[in-house]
Design a binder for this molecule. Structure first.
Ligand SMILES: [Zn+2]
Length: 276
């Protein structure tokens, strides 16, 4: 009898019944959750896509910004190089760059940044009825050394002492390492009919045209009359230095030398040394 009761109990499944209203609510929740699952997944993937796009746009914007900064830095570096001060107190090494030389004809070379401007200036000068000739462009250290030593020797031959000759020579031919010609940014231009490197150059129509117009092409007459105390070099109405059109225009308008211009606007950036 006892065994029969136990067996009967085993045959009755345990059913936990709930209130009909609760069952309906549970059923609705279940149905609702089945419908919401794909919508939530779609919303999640949309959010992921938007986040990815946002991150991509941010990266592109940052890269663009970096590109603009890099171009600006490069421009500044180029500008600083074009304004490099080379004089008896600031050597070519101080300028901190090596010229990228290109041929300009006649076995001469110049830095690529001013070769084209020189070509245009000479063409326009010739078109105005003049005959400009490039007497000297880029010089190696060895050439400058030779020119300087020749000058010292000539002065000694002319009667100057061994002590006096070097410093007087340096006023006319820069000591090796302090010549703008070693930068590749300077040229000596003369008139075909008068190729003497002396003050008579200023009377030629070629020099008069060049002095009046060189700034338009980014060049300045580097050693003007009466400024030897500042430049350290005698008046040279044939030596033109490329500084770029903007600086050349300002220097010409202000009527100053490169030394004065740099001390006015660039002394800190250029880290230049001026005569005491
Ligand atoms: Zn020169």
């Amino acid at each position: 009898m006892l065994q029969a009761q136990i067996m009967d109990a085993d045959f009755y499944p345990i059913v936990v019944d709930t209130h009909p209203a609760a069952r309906r609510a549970a059923s609705r929740r279940q149905a609702g959750s089945h419908r919401a699952a794909p919508a939530r997944a779609a919303a999640r993937s949309r959010a992921k896509l938007l986040f990815g796009l946002g991150a991509l746009l941010l990266c592109l914007a940052l890269l663009g910004l970096l590109g603009v900064r890099a171009a600006h830095w490069n421009e500044q570096r180029q500008q600083t190089q074009l304004l490099a001060l080379v004089n008896p107190w600031n050597s070519v090494e101080h300028a901190g760059f090596t010229p990228e030389l290109v041929d300009i004809g006649g076995g001469k070379q110049l830095d690529s940044r001013c070769a084209e401007a020189l070509g245009q200036m000479l063409a326009d000068c010739a078109a105005a009825g003049n005959e400009p000739v490039v007497a000297s462009a880029y010089r190696t250290r060895e050439t400058q050394e030779q020119l300087y030593q020749d000058k010292v020797r000539r002065l000694i031959d002319a009667g100057l002492s061994q002590e006096e000759a070097p410093s007087i020579a340096a006023m006319e031919v820069a000591r090796p390492g302090t010549s703008e010609h070693e930068l590749g940014l300077a040229v000596d231009l003369v008139d075909a009919a008068n190729q003497a490197l002396d003050q008579s150059q200023e009377r030629t129509s070629t020099q008069q045209w060049l002095m009046a117009n060189c700034w338009r092409y980014g060049f300045i007459l580097r050693y003007p009359n009466g400024r030897s105390g500042i430049t350290g070099i005698i008046y040279e109405p044939w030596h033109y230095r490329y500084v770029g059109p903007e600086a050349a225009g300002q220097i010409t308008q202000l009527g100053v030398t490169l030394e004065e211009y740099l001390s006015m606007f660039y002394s800190e950036e250029a880290n230049v040394v001026f005569e005491e």
